[in-house]
Design a protein around this ligand. Sequence first.
Ligand SMILES: [Fe+2]
Ligand SMILES: [Fe+2]
Length: 319
Amino acid sequence: MSAPTLDRPAAPDEVALQAQFDATIAADHRIEPRDWMPEAYRKGLIRQIAQHAHSEIIGMQPEGDWLLAAPSLRRKAILLAKVQDEAGHGMYLYSAAETLGADRADLTDKLIERKQKYSSIFNYPTQTYADVGVIGWLVDGAAICNQVPLCRSSYGPYARAMIRVCKEESFHQRQGFELLMTMMGGTGAQRAMVQDAVDRWWWPSLMMFGPPDDDSPNSAQSMKWGVKRHSNDELRQRFVDMTVPQAAVLGVTLPDPELALDPETGRYRFGAIDWDEFKQVLAGKGPCNDERIARRRAARDDNAWVTEAATAYADKHAS
Ligand SMILES: [Fe+2]
Ligand SMILES: [Fe+2]
C-alpha cells in the first residue's frame, strides 16, 4: 500500500487509511510497523532515526580515542562501558529504522558517502582527558534533553528504544560530572584542564539542538506528526537552564559573558550562537569530519568478512 503522490490522486481506501492515521496521531496513540503510514512520515522517520543512529556510532570515536590512555583501571572500565553503550544505542536505532523498511548496510553506506548526517558535535577533537568528562556532562546532558521527549514519539519502536537509551544517557551524564568533580578537587593544572575543555565544548553543545526554530525546515511537520514534541529553541533553553546551576556546583565558568538569569522569566538569557561555524561543520568542514568518516569506512571494509561469515552461518542454519 503506497501513499498518494502529487501526480496520483489518493484512492478511496487511502483516504480512509490516512484518516485512521490522523486519528491515531490526534489521540496521541502510537503508530506501529504494521500500520499504514504516509510515505513522507516513513521517510522523515528513517532520516531522523538514521541520523540519530549514525550519531551514536560516530560518537564512539572522540571518547574511544582515550580508552588506551585512561588514567586508571576504574576510569578505563567506566569509559569502556560508556562507549559500548553508545554502540548499543546505534544498534537499537538501526533496528528501529529497519522496521520502516530501511536496510542497515545501506544506511551505513549513506553515512560513509556523506548522504546522511550525524550530530555535528562529534567532529570536534578530544584534546585532554577532561574532554571525556565534559562530553559526559554537556554532550550526553544535551542528548538527554533532546531524547527524553522522544520517549513519547508517535512511532512505537523509536519511542520504546528511547526509554532504555535515556536511562543509559543518564549514567553517561553522571559519570562525566563525577569525573569533572574529581578533577576540580585536584591540582590547579587539573582545574585549568577542565575549564579549557568547558570553553571548547560549551558552544558546540548548544548547537546540538539544531538551527533556530525559524531556520529549521523539518521541525514543524515533525511536531505535527508527534515525532518531535518541543522546538529546537525550547530544548536548548531547557538545557541552558539545567546546566548553569551545575556549572556553579562544579566551579567552572561558562564561556558566555551574556549568560544571565532573567528575573522575569526565571530562565537564563545567553549570547548569540555562531551559526556559521555550525553550518561549516555540518557541511563537512569541521576539525575531524574527514577522520571520523575515514575511520567508519575502514571499520566497514576491514570487518566485511565478519558480516559475510555471520550471514553465511545464518543462511546455513535457516536452510
Ligand atoms: Fe547514546
Ligand atoms: Fe551517551
